[in-house]
Design a protein around this ligand. Sequence first.
Ligand code: FES
Length: 162
Amino acid sequence: MSEKDPFESGKSFLVGKKEELAESKRTSIMVADRFVVIIYHQGVFYAMDQHCYHAGGSLLDGDIEEIDNKLCIVCPKHKYKISLAEGEGLYKIPNSKDKDQPCWRSKGIKQRVHKVTEVDGNVYVTLSETPGWIDSDYYQSEKGRAELKIEQDLEHSKLGSG
Ligand code: FES
């Protein structure tokens, strides 16, 4: 066995014990100053940016559906579908041949996904190194975070006044 730590690059981070993360099914965590949601579904871990690329909704409580043979998380805010494995945004178009069977199309990669690795009962997240801009990056930026904060404050004040 190699003595070399496979995670010494500094881009992989221990995020917890497999048992605990699997039991909670969804975990929101800061990984190197990035908001990440870790999802455990049907025996597999996934990790992606926590705030939806569309308008920053939290994916923490999104339902998971199979769409076009892809497992997708459905953003609770406006119901956008995002594939768990790739972060692809999917949208529906009418099917002229069969109205009951919608056709799905891809908008491309919209949500940044991260790699999850299990070693000896520990779970590590390796932050995506896909170059270039991916839409969900916005909510990791200073401007995006400020926007999220304003929205959260508004929601809290509505709750407080109701
Ligand atoms: S914020 Fe996720 S669908 Fe709009």
